[in-house]
Design a binder for this molecule. Structure first.
Ligand SMILES: Cc1ncc(COP(=O)(O)O)c(C=O)c1O
Length: 445
């Protein structure tokens, strides 16, 4: 699209997330309107949103039920003062969210997004251990290639070096292990590679001294490393070693939550319940900023006592539990539950996986992976050497935009996660755009 001088000037005064303005100016996208599976730019060009914005618009854009819930709530109360009260809608939201969480993850604090949820989960765990006789437990182990948010704690837990090194020194007490994809060429089977990768967490716990380790934090499916999808056994091993060493298992389900993987949460897809689960993105389908931390119900006891004991969670945010956002979240959950959209994600995912697999005919796709409709395609120079092919990803970024397609491209892999309102015919349209863009990108490199 062409930019006006005014747009260009404003863009120069605008911070774009994790990208350089000069690069954005070469292939800009200014969105004017959105509905369902589509965006329109300011010139009226339509784009198929294959990634729900960025794993957010779980029900598509401006879903009528969600917009109606927002309108109704706007007519009642739009803000409740956190230090003096709590909105009725917020309580209803907590009850509703608790009804769909795995296990007994019913001790819930709503937030305005993913970073807040992760940041608070780690503070919560540290305070929990201080109040339950283990004040020396403070370390967290997470994974390289993982991303948990932009705030200081969530950033320290993230494993994306280049996003962090500019802000060093990082906080102390954050350790990392590589994800299973890092070792896969050294093992003859993916299962064995996963067993080894999961046990690395235990090596770190033992060598650090288990008495100092508070939590393991992982995305069940790791986006930033290219839709890294461990085995179910990987998570069973993590669960087991967390239990044996009194370490909290925290799932960052900011991408994987709310139906995408074929169940409401990836914890259910992989059959392992964490002690704490963090969510964001798809919970509001993008209609309001919303996230939540869900902890084991029994953990609430450690934070309950007389006022003078001051054992309450020493944490809060002005907009956390905002009634507008909570009304939106309830409508999203109701829609997913009533329409069984998680089951639909499983069905659509199988359909989409087969379609994406057809890209292997071009000889530059190593693997298509993921669960449900959260799928990723790894790009390589040839499937003999499996050398990464970032040039192809960069070219694909351009051709996709030219063809009116929005995906996550990073650049040695690309990911799709279309909204749960999509039907097979929509996926056919999306796949047509993907293949066209893919072939054009291949011709350019
Ligand atoms: C897995 C994961 N965790 C945490 C976050 C941070 O969420 P937010 O950007 O809403 O603060 C993100 C954002 O992309 C994410 O993908």
């Amino acid at each position: 699209m062409k930019l006006t001088d005014r747009e260009r000037k404003i863009l120069n005064n605008t911070f774009l997330d994790y990208q350089q303005t000069s690069a954005f100016l070469e292939a800009p996208l200014i969105i004017d309107k959105a509905e369902g599976l589509y965006y329109w730019d300011t010139e009226g060009k339509r784009y198929f949103d294959a990634i729900g914005g960025i794993f957010v618009a779980s029900l598509g854009h401006r879903h009528p039920r969600v917009i109606e819930a927002l309108r109704k709530q706007a007519d009642r109360v739009t803000f409740a003062p956190p230090l003096h009260g709590v909105a009725k809608t917020t309580l209803e939201f907590i009850e509703k969210l608790g009804s769909v969480t795995p296990g007994n993850l019913n001790y819930i604090k709503p937030y305005s997004g993913g970073s807040e949820s992760v940041e608070s989960a780690m503070k919560f765990v540290r305070q929990y251990y201080k109040q339950t006789g283990h004040p020396e437990k403070y370390k967290f182990i997470s994974r390289y290639f993982g991303y948990h948010g932009s705030t200081f704690g969530a950033m320290a837990a993230s494993g994306t070096g280049k996003r962090k090194s500019k802000f060093e020194p990082q906080m102390a007490g954050f350790l990392k292990v590589p994800p299973p994809t890092y070792w896969r060429d050294r093992f003859s089977s993916w299962d064995e590679c996963n067993r080894f990768s999961a046990r690395l967490f235990e090596d770190v716990i033992l060598n650090e001294d288990p008495a100092t380790v508070a939590g393991i934090l992982v995305e069940p499916i790791g986006n930033t490393g290219g839709i890294i999808t461990p085995t179910e056994e990987y998570f069973q091993i993590l669960r087991d070693l967390c239990d044996r060493h009194n370490v909290m298992l925290i799932f960052d389900e900011i991408i994987t939550g709310f139906g995408k993987t074929g169940k409401m949460f990836a914890a259910q897809t992989f059959g392992v319940t964490p002690d704490i689960l963090c969510s964001g993105k798809g919970l509001s389908s993008g209609v309001m900023p919303l996230g939540a931390m869900m902890a084991r119900e029994d953990m609430a006891e450690a934070f309950y006592g007389p006022a003078e004991a001051e054992v309450q969670f020493a944490h809060g945010n002005t907009f956390a539990g905002n009634p507008l956002a909570c009304a939106v979240g309830m409508a999203v959950i109701d829609e997913i539950v009533e329409k069984k959209l998680d089951q639909k994600a499983r069905r659509l995912g199988e359909y989409l996986l087969k379609k994406l697999e057809t890209l292997k005919q071009y000889g530059v796709v190593r693997e298509v992976r993921g669960r449900g409709i959260l799928l990723g395609v790894e790009l390589v120079k040839d499937t003999g050497t499996n050398q990464p092919f970032p040039e192809l990803g960069r070219a694909l970024k351009k051709t996709a935009l030219e063809n009116g397609l929005i995906m996550r491209i990073d650049p040695t892999w690309f990911a799709v996660a279309p909204a749960l309102i999509a039907e097979e015919s929509d996926l056919d349209e999306m796949m047509g755009l993907i293949e066209k863009s893919f072939k054009e990108a291949l011709n350019r490199v």
